[in-house]
Design a protein around this ligand. Structure first.
Ligand SMILES: [Zn+2]
Length: 533
């Protein structure tokens, strides 16, 4: 008999703390896409950012949302010496369209005096008033106790008083932050255990930074001591050395008996199988190469070189693997023969609803094709719509809708009389549909935009199917394969139903790569709409 398991809640701060990473600059589109990814993964809380503090976050909080996750706004408690009704920052936070508000407050007496320049009492009053104000607006409230562990070491009574004040005012969660990231697991465990004498563990969260590379270990130490919320980011994104990595925390909670026998989380087994994909998709969005050696999800996480290990693995994979790679959407990689590839392709085909017999020779052909294309720069993991088209073409289920028999893109720079220079872009596309020919011309704000507008200007009988198609993102990456640079283009599209998909193009020529990705996007939409050829 399995005893009832306790629930651990996962709180993602990729869009807030993760956005502090050097070189990371999320656009609104990025933030919306990452929110959807986290929601699909089964994360309980997604922290969107600081409404009112910058235009992107303000816009993000005004967007319509259909999420299961608790979308959370982040901001400061009321300023010292002000009332809650006379603090514009707090007002923006309270007005934000969010189910929960996470306040950050100082809990280290030294910081209260030196950084905040106020009294210890006033800081407690600020916590009390802010929690009350958010509760009065019907929000779920979290309080991040900044520098909690350092503060506790310096003045345990005061650090505890901050945490207790929030809890007593009705904060759902009191989150203990290791803001400097210097705490060690045994310290975290001991301090959290003290805190849970005053605040029940199912109201205590842990927010760990990775400055001693123990943010994941510190999160688990807190759980052992009673905390029931873990805060972290995808791929451990975050300033300096990053935050606790949810991509490592989630599978550990799901797959290690020490945790799964006692705890459950909002991520289902099926959602867990998307983990590697989610991790890689985030890297793709950040224009970074995924870390091959990332635990659980890295390409090398289950790779074994030829020799005795590999032959043992063929006999029984458990001999050299701590979990089944498929559980997190990764695959076993034997460098002698890639057996994983085939099962991976079959799993993908099943996921997109294409029924194929395991022994169908077309599966092997598709695998070869994918491998060949990936070798020259395609990345199908980041472009599922293009993968689906490739698979459907292999199975012969993509109709021949239209042909582009010609395209031309022109970029001109002209001097304007005394008014500097003007850059003009025009594109002409010749499309054949059956016996009809359409010649479309368009101007654009750049060559890809002009090509896109021209391509979608008049597709004859198909036009009505692509009316709601919109391009929402365009990403370019230059890959160096040998001496020749190759351009990879990823295009994200959206339609009137709110569905999103990503397509890919690869070519030494950026326009050609963009054209491939544009074509895939349109054809994917036509397939999805079941347009009759
Ligand atoms: Zn932080």
């Amino acid at each position: 008999m399995v005893a009832e398991r306790e629930r651990i809640y996962l709180f993602d701060t990729t869009l807030r703390d993760g956005a502090q990473t050097n070189g990371v600059d999320f656009t609104l589109t990025d933030k919306l896409a990452i929110t959807r990814m986290l929601d699909d993964l089964g994360i309980d809380y997604v922290e969107g950012g600081y409404p009112g503090a910058n235009p992107t976050d303000t816009q993000l909080f005004s967007e319509p949302r259909m999420l299961n996750t608790t979308f959370t706004a982040f901001g400061m408690t009321r300023r010292p010496g002000r009332s809650t009704s006379n603090d514009p920052g707090l007002a923006a936070l309270l007005d934000a369209k969010a189910e929960a508000i996470c306040f950050v407050a100082k809990s280290w007496d030294y910081h209260v005096r030196v950084a905040l320049e106020t009294t210890l009492e006033e800081n407690l009053a600020s916590i009390r008033d802010s929690v009350q104000a958010a509760k009065a607006r019907g929000r779920e409230v979290l309080l991040d106790c900044e520098h909690f562990f350092d503060g506790y070491k310096a003045n345990p009574d005061y650090a505890l008083a901050c945490a207790k004040t929030a809890y007593e005012e009705g904060a759902r969660w009191v989150v203990l932050c290791d803001t400097n990231g210097g705490a060690l697991p045994h310290e975290v465990e001991a301090i959290v255990r003290e805190v849970t004498k005053y605040i029940p563990g199912d109201h205590v969260g842990i927010h760990a930074h990775n400055d001693t590379e123990q943010a994941v270990a510190n999160s688990f130490a807190a759980v052992r001591a009673g905390a029931r919320q873990i805060q972290g980011t995808l791929n451990g994104l975050g300033e300096r050395c990053g935050n606790a990595n949810l991509v490592s925390i989630i599978p550990t909670l799901k797959l290690k008996p020490e945790f799964f026998e006692f705890f459950e989380i909002g991520v289902s087994d099926d959602q867990l199988k998307r983990l590697a994909h989610v991790s890689h998709e985030l890297d793709e969005r950040l224009n970074r190469s995924p870390n091959r050696h990332a635990p659980y999800v890295g390409e090398s996480a289950f790779a074994t070189k030829a020799g005795i290990h590999a032959s043992a693995i063929i006999k029984d994979p458990a001999t050299y693997e701590h979990i089944q790679p498929e559980a997190v959407g990764n695959r076993r990689k034997l460098l002698v023969s890639d057996q994983g590839g085939r099962s991976n392709i079959l799993a993908e085909l099943e996921r997109i609803g294409l029924k194929v017999d395991k022994s169908d020779p077309r599966v092997a052909r598709l695998l070869d094709e994918v491998k060949e294309r990936e070798a020259i720069g395609y990345a199908y993991e980041a472009a599922e719509a293009s993968f689906e088209l490739l698979a459907r073409r292999m199975l012969g289920t993509v109709p021949k809708y239209f042909d582009v028999s010609y395209f031309d893109v022109k970029v001109e720079q002209r001097a304007q009389n005394g008014h500097g220079k003007e850059v003009l872009t025009t594109a002409v596309v010749k499309v054949k549909i059956g016996n009809e020919t359409f010649i479309n011309a368009a101007e654009g704000n750049g060559p890809v935009n002009a090509l896109d507008v021209a391509l979608r200007k008049d597709l004859g009988k198909f036009q009505k199917f692509i009316e709601g198609l919109k391009l929402t993102d365009y990403r370019v990456r230059i890959l160096n394969s040998g001496t020749e640079a190759v351009t990879r283009v990823l295009i994200e599209s959206e339609d009137e139903t709110g569905e999103h998909w990503t397509t890919i193009g690869v070519s030494p020529n950026i326009i050609d790569a963009s054209f491939q990705a544009l074509m895939d996007s349109i054809i994917y939409k036509l397939v999805k709409a079941k347009a009759p050829a």
